[in-house]
Design a protein around this ligand. Structure first.
Ligand code: NDP
Length: 329
């Protein structure tokens, strides 16, 4: 008998109205690829929330199994780099956007998209990190490349109680940075301090229209919010500092001026995780293995089952999810 597995399928009708259903698929339904994986864990990122809720055009092939992150075990492979039984992670590469993604019992993908599960890390741990956490690491690496090390002064993290923000606070504090965490949820202050924030500030301090230059408050920042928040972070960055920008939870615009760049030599560092080359991914995951405290990782994640994915997807776009969500398949 053909083996079936559960999957979430997002479809669109002739009027382009989107619908989401749980269905049964078989291997024959999966898209092309040279490696088939039993999905053991996945997660719900902001982008997955946008895909399932239809609030932004993340899905560009219909119908589609969403889910941009997975960890699992190779079932079969015709790629020389991967063999049955290998433990692997996949983040991005258009999976969950144009290629069937993680919200299914099985996935068939290109072997070139996979990285090995780091030594000592479970599928669950890897998904507690997920694209959000790996992106936070890319942001930290970008700041380091720019010379923003702990001795340069405080670093601000916006959207701090979210997925990227929580992992960024955790990694930065483990590395010895003085972390200023900005959140719209004051009740999450104890959580952020537990993750290692030295100060917690209200998101309201950063979400009004920015002055070209404001009082210098930090040497750098990791911003997952965009819009006025990123403009304020830039205008408050001290001379020669740098800000890694990776997100748009507050808006895609950037109502800023060139003043921070031309009068304070501030740099804006763009971060993309989706198409990041394999060598960069391997380095980011290696650093996650060494610089992210396992106890902190546990404290910033909650676990749900397959049946909780759709609800969590709506919650994350409503800003109701704290830290990271792991889906145990
Ligand atoms: P989360 O929803 O987990 O976190 C986003 C956080 O931003 C929220 O928790 C909230 O933090 C804050 N926030 C939400 N809405 C607003 C608002 N209107 N104004 C100000 N702050 C707001 O999402 P993720 O951490 O998974 O992703 C964060 C962003 O990064 C998203 O835009 C995502 O698309 C992007 N991203 C980009 C990647 C890339 O490759 N460039 C990869 C991964 C993510 P708080 O409650 O603490 O204020």
């Amino acid at each position: 008998m053909t083996k079936t597995f559960k999957a979430i399928l997002v479809s669109r009708d002739a009027e382009k109205k989107q619908s989401v259903a749980v269905t049964d698929l078989t291997d024959a339904d999966l898209m092309e690829g040279d490696v088939t994986i039993a999905v053991e864990a996945t997660t719900v990122n902001y982008k997955d929330g946008l895909a399932i809720s239809g609030k932004a055009p993340v899905i560009r092939r219909w119908p589609l199994v969403p889910g941009i992150d997975l960890a699992g075990t190779v079932i079969s492979s015709s790629n020389p780099d991967w063999h049955k039984g290998d433990k692997v992670i996949l983040n991005g590469w258009g999976v969950g956007e144009t290629h069937f993604g993680a919200y299914a019992g099985r996935a068939r993908v290109k072997g070139d998209w996979l990285v090995p599960l780091p030594e000592g890390m479970s599928a669950h741990d890897a998904m507690a990190v997920g694209t959000a956490g790996y992106t936070a690491m890319l942001c930290v690496m970008a700041l380091e490349r720019h010379g923003i090390l702990p001795d340069r002064g405080p670093v601000v993290v916006t959207g701090a109680a979210g997925g990227v923000g929580s992992v960024a606070v955790s990694i930065l504090s483990s590395l010895g940075y003085h972390v200023v965490a900005s959140t719209g949820r004051n009740a999450e202050s104890p959580y952020l301090i537990n993750l290692g924030a030295a100060e917690v500030i209200s998101r309201d301090e950063l979400n009004q229209p920015a002055k070209p230059l404001a009082k210098e408050r930090w040497a750098g920042g990791i911003d997952s919010v965009g819009s006025h928040t990123l403009a304020n972070v830039l205008s408050m960055t001290s001379y020669g500092g740098a800000v890694a920008a990776c997100g748009l939870a507050g808006g895609m615009d950037l109502p800023s001026s060139v003043a921070p760049f031309i009068l304070r030599g501030v740099s804006l560092l763009g971060i993309d995780s989706v198409m990041a080359p394999k060598a960069v991914r391997l380095e980011a995951w290696r650093r996650i293995g060494s610089d992210l405290d396992v106890d902190k990782l546990a404290s910033l994640s909650t676990t749900i089952g397959f049946d909780g994915i759709i609800g969590a997807a709506h919650d994350i776009v409503d800003g109701k999810i704290r830290g990271r969500v792991v889906v145990d398949m």
